[in-house]
Design a protein around this ligand. Structure first.
Ligand SMILES: [Fe+2]
Ligand SMILES: [Fe+2]
Length: 211
């Protein structure tokens, strides 16, 4: 199966502004790589959902004095765990064994830019959360035209929920930052774009392109 150019029919599923927020679109080479690795796609997808829940949970522990954050991220963590259960169920129905996979360089590649002092650290964590959710949303949408009906239906639903998560993280970043964050967003979005467009050694949901 060969990936075609981004199907514009699926862009309308994405929240307004999401494609501008991300500095660059997922390369076609990643879509081809994903389609050639359907088992790793699902296993790593399960890992990402679990990680998304645990990242949100760690923010709930750290920032107990932020009521809006607690409400939004508690809801988000529950949704990510639900997605996790759904992927695991789908894997089981397809006879795919859940095994350990090494993490891609992606999340660590973003977190290395975290500022050490508050409130910069919180703002960076929220912007990075928005970037990861936005990229996941964009990648699910890019895969849609190439998937079987069952997986396409599942991923179509995820485009909606990860799109909402992107909006929530970005809203929290803007609300909780003491000053405008556009420059910081631009910096981190450029780093994110580098990570997903550069050559990578192994296919993962958030990997770059084949080396
Ligand atoms: Fe999710
Ligand atoms: Fe999410």
């Amino acid at each position: 199966m060969t990936a075609m150019l981004a199907d514009p029919a699926h862009d309308d599923l994405l929240p307004a502004g999401l494609l501008d927020f991300l500095c660059s679109a997922t390369p076609d080479a990643w879509v081809d790589w994903a389609l050639a690795n359907p088992e790793v796609l699902l296993i790593d997808h399960a890992q990402c959902e679990k990680k998304a829940a645990s990242t949100a949970m760690s923010l709930l522990y750290r920032y107990v004095d932020q009521p809006l954050l607690l409400t939004k991220l508690s809801q988000l963590a529950r949704e990510e765990l639900l997605h996790f259960e759904q992927v695991v169920r789908l894997m089981a129905s397809r006879g795919i064994t859940y095994r350990h996979l090494s993490a891609s360089r992606y999340a660590e590649g973003l977190r290395r830019h975290l500022r050490g002092e508050e409130p910069g650290r919180l703002v960076d964590l929220l912007i990075i959360g928005a970037l990861i959710e936005a990229r996941s949303c964009e990648r699910f949408a890019r895969l849609l035209p190439h998937l079987d009906d069952e997986l396409a239906k599942f991923y179509r639903g995820l485009v909606k929920s990860e799109g909402r998560h992107y909006e929530d993280y970005l809203m929290l970043a803007r609300r909780l930052a003491p000053s405008p964050i556009d420059e910081r967003i631009a910096f981190l979005a450029e780093r994110e774009a580098e990570l997903i467009t550069m050559p990578d050694t192994a296919f993962r949901f958030h990997s770059g392109v084949p080396a």
